[in-house]
Design a protein around this ligand. Sequence first.
Ligand code: CS2
Length: 494
Amino acid sequence: MKNTIALNHKNLVDITDRIPCPAYDRDGLTAGMVHIGVGGFHRAHQAYYTDNLLEKYGVSEWGICGIGLREGDRKIHDVLKNQDGLYTLIVKHPDGKIESKIMGPLIDFLLGVDNPAAVIDRMAHPDTKIVSLTITEGGYNFTASTGDFDFDNPDIQHEFQDPGNPKTVYGFLTASLKKRRDGGLPAFTVMSCDNIQHNGDVAHDMVLAFAKRQDAVLAEWIEREVSFPNTMVDRITPVTTQADIDYLRDTYGIKDGWPVTCEPFIQWVVEDKFSNGRPEFEKVGVQFVPDVKPYEKMKLRLLNAGHSVLGILGAIHGHKTINACMVDETFVTYLRAFMDKEASPVLDAVQGIDLDGYKDSLVARFSNPNIKDSVSRICSESSAKLPKFLIATIEENLAQEGSIQYATLVIAAWCYYSDKAIDKNQRPIKIIDAMNEKLHQAAEQTKSDPLAFIRQENLFGNLAQNERFVKVYTDMVQKIYENTNIKKYMENMI
Ligand code: CS2
């Protein structure tokens, strides 16, 4: 066994004999991008494309400064600070091949909870040209059913009182944009990379809603100067496990506190509208298009919704990973039926994309036995995901008298899951959801009031008033409460 070397900038000279390392000059990088929400996904996606660009073209002005806004970001902040922003990306192929490389584009990391002024200064710095976001669906602070900005959020209220000490992305964006305007600097681009349909438009609308109430004159400047491109992002990035950390130690003798694993597939489709320049990402495979919407709808309604179908039904059946679902014929056939009969009929045609081929590729990607994407990651924050991924498909199918049964079973299963938090063998399921309490309270009334769960209008809009939906849903939810053998119901439909 080789001696173990801790991953940090100084040790790169030794590490480079063991594993590919950044060959570009990290010391010469400046942070043209500031990224809020440095989770696994950012590190496997935007930072990966950036690493590739720096590697091949050596552009020095496009390093990344990471920002964490929540206390929960402290752990990743501490690990990455300790490693000078370096981390390993482990790409796992379906045939068992594994490719690992040290990524170097992250050159700094700041925590908003520790020093809000430093974050504002960084975003207002002349070097900063893009502020990108992966703050998850929940981070946008809108009400799911209306899409309106939630002004009641106490953190938002706080920011109106004390704009110098922001807590949310909105307070930081407006404070730093104000500083740029007052200093005569050009605005940065706000680039959302979250799984939200029209993510740029949503970011625009939310920032403007906040800014208008905070400072109407600034809001006008933002409206005029800041671009909010829509983007579609894609790469399956499971939660890092201890086994991944051990793998690096045992195979390469490298101690990395928080590597990232992902599938080989990667895609990024971006609208080419930037306020203040952008990296030439097209040189490393990013697609710049005039309109991203058809791509994002296709991806959210097939990939992300497909994940949720497998995740929620899989959780109740007792499958632990997505690939475990995909060795179960019933799940595979059910997924395909959902995609063909419910998701596809309400999609817009995407130029140059063969929808059947796209669905085949999703089946192959979900089946990758080395990714081991946990059902719990997929089911986490379902209350923020399902309205956009799945409920929207049900609504559109109701409007055109299309099939709704495959998606409705998932909603009925989600009710049971939120109520009982156990699988069909009575094993506990750990639910991760900001709305968990509310979901549980609504779901537990199902026995006496079968529609209680779907009456949560913030999630389901007025589905509880739709006769056809109510009939299908009530029948399914009652069956699941009588007998949790979810596979039986799936089999009856395929
Ligand atoms: C998943 C996504 O969290 C989810 O619900 O569907 O994280 C998915 O893996 C990525 O969007 C893939 O690009």
